[in-house]
Design a protein around this ligand. Structure first.
Ligand SMILES: [Zn+2]
Length: 268
């Protein structure tokens, strides 16, 4: 090679490096190392954590865990050496085999209730756990009574909690067209980006409702993982948008929680 052709070779090489098209975020989402993995990580699902109001209906009762019960759960998880991780941590472990701490667990809290700010976060902090909070963004926008506003949500994030979208209006995502899914899903994603400056990695389907159209839509977004309300605690590298969780009910005491964890672990 002459000096002159060497020069052109270098120019060509540099140009080709620059010309590599920028990867879109949705391409990133689907990168993995090709290994099929199955990992046990319970994703606990909580809703209200507080004292029941005297006029509570059946739905509210079924979704409410008392502060004492919650404290006992988190204490139990600490004593049994569980370590809370984020959905992003689990996603990376499934994709690339990144090691997880012993006894990993994900604590999720749906709907953005004020309970999460007042009761849940202080108990999590006391025991050194982090939570994943799925918030309904229009409720925060409108300062709806009983729900966290953006200031409180920001405060949770500053405490090390993960804030993730649960759509804009808590909409049923089944039997919907493309525009509706964009509005509800990407609308809530963008609200979080604007208010908190973070990029969401996961979504929770409101009421656990979705269909094939919703799943196809999720694959076009840059959200890596979506959680359902279906039970189970083993997750696989090829199942991105139908992840299972474990529902915690008012009847779930510490023995109940221990049993849920033991039974689901044995379901190999
Ligand atoms: Zn919900």
């Amino acid at each position: 090679m002459t000096m002159r052709s060497k020069y052109w070779f270098v120019i060509l090489l540099l140009t080709s490096l620059i010309a590599v098209p920028a990867r879109t975020q949705s391409d990133e989402t689907y990168i993995n190392d090709g290994t099929l993995r199955r990992i046990y990580t319970p994703i606990l699902m909580y809703h209200y954590v507080g004292e029941l109001p005297s006029d509570a209906d059946e739905l509210r009762m079924g979704l409410t865990v008392s502060p004492h019960q919650f404290y006992e759960h988190i204490n139990y998880l600490r004593v049994t050496n569980h370590q809370s991780i984020s959905m992003a941590d689990l996603d990376e472990a499934l994709r690339y085999g990144t090691p997880l701490p012993p006894n990993p667990i994900i604590l999720t809290f749906d709907d953005g209730y004020i309970d999460h700010y007042v009761t849940v976060a202080p108990i999590l902090n006391q025991f050194g756990f982090k939570g994943t909070f799925y918030v309904i963004t229009s409720f925060a926008d409108n300062n709806r009574a009983g729900y966290m506003n953006w200031q409180q949500i920001q405060d949770l994030q500053n405490q090390g909690m993960d804030i993730e979208p649960h759509t804009k209006n808590h909409a049923d995502l089944s039997h919907r067209d493309y525009d509706f899914l964009v509005y509800e899903i990407m609308g809530s994603v963008e609200s979080i980006e604007q208010h908190l400056g973070t990029t969401p990695v996961t979504l929770a389907y409101p009421m656990g409702r979705y269909d094939q159209t919703t799943l196809s839509f999720m694959e076009t977004t840059y959200l890596s993982r979506t959680v359902t309300t279906m039970p189970g605690a083993y997750h696989t590298s090829d199942n991105y948008h139908e992840m299972t969780r474990l529902r915690i009910t008012p009847e779930t005491g510490v023995p109940g929680l221990a049993q849920i964890l033991n039974v689901t672990r044995a379901q190999r």
